[in-house]
Design a protein. Structure first.
Length: 247
């Protein structure tokens, strides 16, 4: 483990890592357990990635915890997930404070059960002065929801004559998204072998490096993160240019 970690070039760390935590259900099924058993065991992996990211010096970590589409799952699973969120946040706030990590949430929080929303808002409030790393939970989030919302905000400004349509820029959009205060992710990791975005950070991932790994989320460890970062560091991010321009 030290071995992989020691190969990471700290000067070239991704500033922001975004993760689609996928494969809890399949992990449980492999063990002949109900799907929610997988969700419960996914919490350990959240601890692993949060701790490892903070230790390395990553500044922003966004975790996709619940998509707007996930409401379509059986209600037992949805309810269990919502309760698990309350319990986990309540339990982990102390550790977040000890490790100087600030909690944020993106997504339509108004649709969450009130207990879940309260646990979340309490966690956000009690960690708001922490400065080492920002941990952003995407909850009842979807990229299209966010882009639509931003569009409505911008349209309202145009209607109020606070903004001219021809003055709308990428920066105008970025400022209207729920991720306005965070830089775009440099690295996006999805576990479980699926190679799709599932409505995650559609605007923000335009130039991120993607790492799709076969590991199911509950099995994700610090070493998996180190491997993803090492692969990321071997890529050349050209942003439309050619190699020779990058030196
Ligand atoms: C990811 O695991 C967790 C959430 C979407 C909440 P899944 O529950 O999607 O697990 P699989 O993909 O069915 O294995
Ligand atoms: C994406 O995973 C959402 C989260 C990880 C929270 P899903 O498992 O819901 O995605 P699909 O439905 O397989 O694309
Ligand atoms: Mg899934």
């Amino acid at each position: 483990m030290e071995n992989l970690k020691s190969q990471i070039n700290i000067a070239k760390l991704p500033e922001h890592i975004a993760v689609i935590m996928d494969g809890n259900g399949r992990w449980a099924k492999q063990k002949n357990q109900p799907r929610v058993f997988g969700h419960r065991n996914g919490v350990k992996a959240v601890r692993e990635i949060t701790e490892a990211s903070a230790e390395l010096g990553v500044k922003y970590l966004t975790l996709y915890a619940f998509s707007t589409e996930n409401w379509n799952r059986p209600s037992f699973e949805v309810n269990t997930l919502m309760r698990l969120l309350v319990d986990t946040i309540a339990k982990e706030v102390k550790t977040l404070n000890k490790n100087n990590i600030r909690l944020h949430a993106i997504g339509d929080l108004s649709k969450l059960p009130s207990r879940t929303r309260k646990a979340l808002l309490d966690g956000i409030e009690s960690t708001k002065d922490n400065t080492r790393m920002d941990l952003i939970l995407a909850l009842n989030y979807s990229g299209r929801w966010d882009i639509l919302n931003a569009t409505k905000t911008i349209a309202q400004k145009v209607q109020n004559q606070e903004l001219k349509a021809e003055d709308i820029t990428e920066e105008t959009y970025k400022a209207a998204l729920s991720t306005a205060q965070f830089p775009d992710p440099d690295l996006m990791i999805r576990t479980s072998g699926e190679t799709r975005l599932s409505n995650f950070l559609l605007w923000e991932l335009s130039y991120a490096e993607f790492q799709f790994i076969r590991t199911l989320w509950p099995d994700f460890t610090k070493n998996h993160l180190y491997e993803c970062i090492l692969n990321y560091q071997n890529k050349e991010r050209r942003f439309g240019m050619i190699s020779e321009q990058l030196v």
